[in-house]
Design a protein around this ligand. Structure first.
Ligand SMILES: [Zn+2]
Length: 439
């Protein structure tokens, strides 16, 4: 059974062309219906008058003055750091020690993890995020809690057991098992979680070394072997965020050419490998990203908050590796994709440590929707409204606040309209979030 949604429509007509293929239909119709497997997908979209005439008797919801846009894709967010957001600290390493590690220890408790997962998923959806690649903790309870909650809400979500077998408080390290050391046991647990959750409905698994310094060689090697055995499973970690972190990683893995190369040396760079931050890179690192197909999750609110540095867009594009946007809550300061896009604009403008550029509103929007989906290997699945895409979308109100109403009413172009939303928008703009319901 088909359902129609009438409003203004925003989408990318040709993902191979990227941000430049953005389209806007002032009075549009989005047609949604089940695919062969019963998942709600986009069946067609176009202008209201042309398309609606072909579907007499169609049930239509009409949202005048609203914009239907693809649900946002958050490429890197920490579910157990929801309570850590906005914690004051003197840079990354003290922030981990004083706030993040103590909070993450609480996720060994299934009730604590379940309550936090419900809040987290609700907060993502309330902000218009319909796909997320998320960290959990080193406790299987936290992974099970988050998957269960996402499944209940039909949300597309990827997460995995955090691998850390050294250099963290004992309560956060992966435990040893019967007859197994901690490294081996953490990989046995990861594989069991892959088999339980990966590919169940809209859920996906990510092999998740926290970052190289908190894993032994044995754990990283085992993670790489697991990634080779399950090539359609994701990999997620952090790299080159902060200069102290890089110096530490270099002393722990002196045999690798660079911090990033450590991951390649353990078999952890390939398609569907997502590295948060990727700030302090040289061109050899960038070339390694490109040649392996690994991608960057740019986390601008986090990088500005912790003073980590500025992602070099010019360098990334010169060498040509994939990337998209991420909130990185709780180092990041907001779940809102609008705040993240604005922070990415600031990062792009920074012209003292990089050459600096003005990202267009279309580019910013692309990086948080179809571009992020492409980086995750989910192009044609989410992040867009082209026929065949899962019907994940947001209904945006461009007049959600008095200032937004005043500003967007004066927009003389699509770029001006989108930029007003990026600069002035937040969760108040997101009137509804619709996720594709499996029947
Ligand atoms: Zn992170």
């Amino acid at each position: 059974m088909l359902r129609g949604y009438r409003a203004s429509l925003l989408w990318f007509a040709d993902p191979a062309q990227g941000a430049d293929s953005i389209r806007y239909e002032e009075d549009g119709l989005l047609l949604v219906g089940p695919d062969d497997l019963g998942c709600q997908v986009v069946q067609a979209l176009g202008d209201w008058h042309g398309l609606s005439a072909r579907y007499p008797g169609l049930a239509v919801e009409h949202w005048p003055g609203r914009i239907i846009a693809p649900g946002f894709v958050d490429m890197h967010v920490h579910f157990p750091q929801t309570n850590v957001i906005g914690s004051p600290a003197d840079g990354l390493l003290p922030w981990l020690e004083n706030y993040t590690f103590p909070e993450e220890q609480r996720f060994a408790d299934p009730d604590y993890a379940a309550e936090a997962a419900a809040f987290f998923v609700n907060e993502l959806l309330r902000n218009g995020v319909t796909t997320a690649l998320a960290f959990a903790t080193s406790h299987s309870t936290s992974v099970n809690a988050l998957f269960a909650q996402a499944q209940a809400r039909h949300m597309r979500l990827i997460t995995g057991l955090c691998l850390m077998d050294r250099h963290a408080p004992a309560a956060l390290l992966n435990p040893a098992g019967s007859g197994n050391g901690a490294a081996e046991q953490s990989l046995v647990e990861s594989e069991a979680l892959i088999q339980r959750w990966h590919g169940q409905g809209r859920l996906g698994y990510a092999i998740t070394p926290r970052f190289a310094p908190t894993s032994t060689d044995a754990q990283l090697r085992g993670a790489g072997e697991l990634a080779a055995r399950y090539p359609d499973v994701w990999i997620q970690s952090h790299v080159a965020e902060n200069k102290d972190e890089i110096a530490w990683a270099r002393t722990l893995f002196p045999q690798s050419r660079s911090y990033l190369a450590t991951y390649a040396d353990f078999g952890l760079m390939r398609k569907r490998a997502v590295y948060a931050h990727c700030i302090h890179f040289d061109d050899d690192d960038r070339a390694l990203m490109r040649s392996t197909g690994a991608v960057a999750a740019i986390s601008p609110t986090s990088n500005l908050f912790l003073g980590s540095g500025f992602f070099d867009y010019v360098g990334a594009d010169r060498v040509g590796f994939g990337y998209g946007l991420a909130s990185d809550v709780g180092g990041g300061t907001s779940f809102s994709p609008f705040h993240t896009m604005l922070a990415a604009y600031y990062v792009g403008r920074e012209g003292h440590s990089t050459s600096g550029l003005s990202l267009t509103p279309q580019q910013l929007w692309w990086q948080h929707t179809a571009g992020a989906a492409q980086a995750l290997g989910l192009d044609g699945v989410v992040g867009n409204l082209l026929p065949g895409c899962e019907a994940d979308f947001v209904v945006l109100n461009p007049a959600a606040t008095p200032l937004l109403a005043r500003k967007t009413a004066r927009a003389a172009s699509l770029a001006e309209l989108l930029f007003a939303l990026i600069v002035l928008g937040d969760d108040r703009v997101v009137e509804r979030t619709v996720v594709a319901q499996a029947l």
